[in-house]
Ligand binder design. Structure first.
Ligand code: MSP
Length: 526
């Protein structure tokens, strides 16, 4: 495996003060789709997620629950680990910042910064928002609150500082030399203008509470939770042992996926810490948008968090995965609504993809003796459909490289649409009596097209795709992207299992658009 064929993708590590919401699930899902895509494309992948367990916010949540912080973090971190089954995540490693490997990495990084002369002891006075675990300038406050709406408090304490002010030029040079480091473009502009405006030294330790990683040589201080948290990305690769195979193979990370709320930490502080410590910065940070619920910001006070496991209980795993990645332009904000979810399930999945698979497989079962049909000479229309399917991989690679999941799915669904139109045009059910050999060709072209669609939709809807591939009798070892070569096409005569529906409609009494499916007209529909 060459160095270029490896891929390291990370999620933010989540604060353990709540149940995982659709927002947390969204970030990890995006990484999951990417990780699955890259694995199917032959890359050696490392996909990391975890929980951020230190800091004042977690300490306060523990105090409010009357619990010891470690007991609280053990409990809540488990909810995030349970999300793996709920959402079908495929991460390779889950890091908790209370683990010894993490403590070791943080203290080593700190020492490097001290040795480099980038950390000094001083006195801090300024505004701090515990909810954001962030410092704010007086000029940033809006009506006495943080720009995020979080309550701020005035802090005055002895702190260690990181000499961030000295990194302004080097950061700007770094952004210039690495144009794809921050995405989307609007976020890049935001970061560049923030850094161009001048940087102040950053307080990186606290003395007013103890729930954190002790500063080496001065245990009255615990590290600022962000220097602690960011280090997870290298701690999981065995830092400070930079000679170990994991670190050598996977660092620098190919992608840190984050929400737009935490871009400053990842695009300003993190590369500065790393460069100061002599470690290469990550290759790219993508900041995605924010979900609201039925038009409202999700918040504790409104009690309107969409809990990921509730969604999956109601709609199913693959439909939720599909919806989240298809509904929004990845990078933009968007709104979760029941109506939008139902529309995606009943239109895109049930009517479009589901019906295609079902009508083709049912006809193969009925009219081709339940075996992969044998194609004759291909017509122009046959070739056009197959070419569209065969051209998808190249398009999808480009879209996944840009984290444009919505466009990747649109591309797949364009071919779903083309295949449905082809079924209608060719009317294989009518060919049964008039030209059975042509019927066999048409059904083979369709089954082969469905094979492409299923293989390529595995990153987003892995279980449904697997069920389709099972129904096409595609062996487990023939489901990666190398199997998309025409030489691995469906083999005529292969017996197929009895077809069964893969994408059920969402049916809810009294809700428009969720009526049970109308009785099929014509013989082409299942
Ligand atoms: N612990 C820090 C991250 C440290 S990373 C070194 C943190 N944690 S968090 O629990 O608040 O999670 C933040 C991330 O969750 C966001 O950046 C975003 O990825 C995701 N989301 C949480 N709510 C969200 C929405 N409503 N919409 C979209 N994503 C959001 O910040």
């Amino acid at each position: 495996m060459t160095a270029a064929r490896r891929y390291y993708v990370t999620t933010p590590i989540y604060y353990v003060n709540d149940a995982p919401t659709i927002g947390h699930a969204y970030t990890t899902l995006a990484c999951d789709a990417l990780a699955r895509f890259m694995r199917l494309d032959g890359y050696q992948v490392r996909f990391l997620t975890g929980t951020d367990e230190h800091g004042q916010k977690v300490a306060q949540a523990a105090a409010a629950a009357g619990m010891d912080p470690q007991a609280l973090t053990d409990k809540v971190s488990q909810n995030f680990r349970d999300l793996r089954g709920v959402m079908n995540f495929s991460y390779d490693d889950f890091i908790r910042t209370t683990e010894p490997r993490h403590l070791k990495a943080c203290q080593a990084l700190w020492q490097k910064l001290v040795d480099a002369g980038d950390i000094y002891l001083g006195r801090f006075s300024g505004w701090y928002a515990v909810r954001d675990e962030a410092f704010y300038d007086e000029s940033e406050l809006v009506d006495g609150k943080a720009p995020t709406g979080a309550t701020v408090e005035w802090l005055e304490e002895e702190n260690y500082f990181f000499r961030l002010s000295a990194w302004q030029d080097r950061l700007l040079k770094f952004y210039e030399a690495n144009p794809s480091f921050i995405a989307p473009r609007t976020r890049r502009n935001e970061v560049v203008s923030f850094v161009s405006g001048g940087l102040k030294d950053l307080s990186v330790s606290r003395t007013s509470f103890t729930w954190g990683i002790p500063v080496p040589g001065d245990p009255r201080h615990v590290m600022y939770v962000w220097i602690d948290a960011l280090t997870n990305y290298i701690a999981a690769l065995g830092y400070p042992d930079t000679a170990n195979p994991d670190f050598k193979t996977f660092w620098p990370a190919d992608l840190h996926m984050v929400g737009k709320d935490i871009i400053r930490f990842h695009c300003v502080y993190w590369p500065a810490f790393l460069m100061a410590a002599g470690v290469e910065p990550p290759r790219r940070v993508f900041a995605h948008g924010w979900w609201t619920n039925e038009g409202q910001k999700m918040s504790k006070s409104l009690g309107n968090f969409v809990v990921a496991s509730d969604l999956v209980d109601r709609y199913g795993r693959d439909p939720v995965r599909y919806f989240l990645l298809r509904e929004l332009t990845f990078g933009a904000d968007g709104d979760f609504s029941h109506a939008a979810m139902v529309r995606r399930i009943n239109t895109d999945l049930a009517n479009d993809f589901g019906n295609l698979v079902q009508r083709v497989l049912t006809q193969v079962a009925r009219n081709c003796d339940g075996k992969v049909p044998s194609p004759g000479p291909l017509s122009e229309q046959d070739k056009a459909l197959l070419d569209a399917a065969r051209g998808l991989l190249v398009r999808l690679r480009a879209e996944y490289r840009e984290q444009a999941f919505h466009r990747a799915l649109e591309a797949v669904w364009e071919v779903v649409g083309a295949a449905n139109r082809y079924v209608d045009d060719q009317a294989p059910w009518a060919l049964k009596k008039t030209d059975p050999a042509r019927m066999a060709t048409v059904l083979w072209v369709l089954a082969e097209t469905i094979r492409y669609l299923a293989v390529l939709s595995q990153p987003v809807i892995p279980e449904s795709a697997a069920r389709i591939l099972d129904q096409l009798a595609v062996p487990e070892g023939r489901r990666s992207f190398t199997a998309l070569e025409p030489t691995h096409a469906l083999v005529p005569g292969t017996p197929l299992p009895k077809p069964e529906g893969v994408f059920p409609r969402y049916v809810e009494e009294g809700v428009p658009g969720t009526e049970p499916k109308p009785k099929a007209k014509g013989r082409g529909t299942a």
